[in-house]
Design a protein around this ligand. Structure first.
Ligand SMILES: [Zn+2]
Length: 336
């Protein structure tokens, strides 16, 4: 219901010509967009990524609407030095999925758009505990699943029920990140091997080396094993970030200056992680907290982003986020 009301408000604002006025109040000077997978067939991946169609549309829309698509470095430099009222858009991809190269890269090349890919060590080394891939595989291949750790059986014979089970289990893990490990016995029983899924879905070392040499690409850090850093002690949190940085610099033979906190929510990273990122020598860090970047209160170690993708992501919702309508609606209705 809330979703329908929001969509209606988006449409009204869009067609009544309210957008430019809202943009002045709610839109920032820069927006860092967050993508994960970019898929040709979103339904078969249970609506977990961004469709190639929406991806290309969003790039064209940004240009048409006066956003300059630049690298993260150019954006940060521009915000610090350039007093002209330009608006920058930065494209970021988390985790290092294969389809970032097979599907998104041709679109990025066609649109001459620079981009950043944040890579955890465990993806190319195939050791990542990628529970979200295991869960998707489990739901895709079965019409009913039991998550022993939750004590719940989900009946999920069609796309809608599979997507809602996926969302429910994911929310349960976000409430306490230690629960991710509790899915392991369920995967084992179902014969799901995460290292094999890592091999299917994530770029390997050779592919990352090639990508890092692409004129439009930058590679950033995303920790070693993709934990919620705030749940670790300080020594482990530092080591997660520092060892991933050394690994990538050694593999790619170039400096790695930017990092994305895994999960990126308030519960997963905070002031301590900002301090660690600074001490380790990164020059920026992104979160998954929703918002645009304004130059007056810029914290380079807790940059907000705008997620694009998932079940409800449509052209209208994307435009609303970029124009500031979503922020206005959230203020009126409370967040959610
Ligand atoms: Zn991630």
């Amino acid at each position: 219901m809330k979703q329908i009301l929001k969509t209606t408000i988006f449409h009204v604002a869009r067609w009544s010509g309210l957008t430019p006025a809202l943009r002045k109040v709610f839109a920032g000077r820069a927006a860092i967009l967050m993508f994960h997978e970019v898929q040709n067939d979103c339904r078969s991946e249970l609506m977990t990524g961004t469709s190639a169609d929406l991806f290309e549309y969003s790039l064209k829309w940004l240009r048409r609407s006066g956003w300059e698509i630049v690298s993260l470095e150019a954006c940060l430099e521009g915000l610090a030095k350039d007093p002209r009222p330009r608006r920058y858009a930065v494209l970021t991809f988390d985790d290092g999925y294969r389809d970032n190269v097979s599907t998104a890269l041709p679109i990025l090349e066609r649109n001459d758009a620079p981009f950043m890919v944040y890579v955890p060590t465990g993806a190319p080394t195939r050791t990542l505990q990628s529970w979200w891939l295991g869960l998707r595989e489990l739901l895709r291949s079965r019409d009913a699943i039991t998550i022993d750790a939750m004590g719940i059986c989900f009946f999920c014979p069609d796309l809608d029920s599979k997507v809602s089970a996926m969302n429910r289990i994911t929310e349960w893990i976000h409430e306490d990140y230690n629960r991710a490990e509790m899915l392991e016995p369920t995967f084992r029983k179902a014969g799901i091997v995460l290292s094999a899924l890592n091999d299917t879905y994530f770029l390997n070392e050779r592919e990352l080396q090639n990508l890092s040499q692409h004129r439009l690409a930058s590679i950033g850090g995303h920790t070693e094993s993709h934990p919620a850093l705030a749940c670790l002690d300080a020594v482990s949190a530092r080591s997660e970030m520092a060892s991933n940085r050394s690994y990538l610099e050694n593999l790619l033979q170039r400096p790695v200056l930017h990092v994305a906190y895994p999960y990126g929510t308030v519960g997963a990273c905070g002031l301590r992680e900002e301090q660690l990122a600074r001490e380790i020598g990164f020059s920026s860090a992104v979160t998954t907290r929703h918002g645009q970047v304004s130059d007056c209160k810029l914290n380079q170690f807790a940059l907000p982003r705008i997620g694009v993708g998932g079940k409800f992501d449509t052209r209208v919702a994307f435009e609303a986020r970029m124009s500031g309508i979503q922020s206005a609606v959230q203020m009126l209705m409370g967040r959610g």
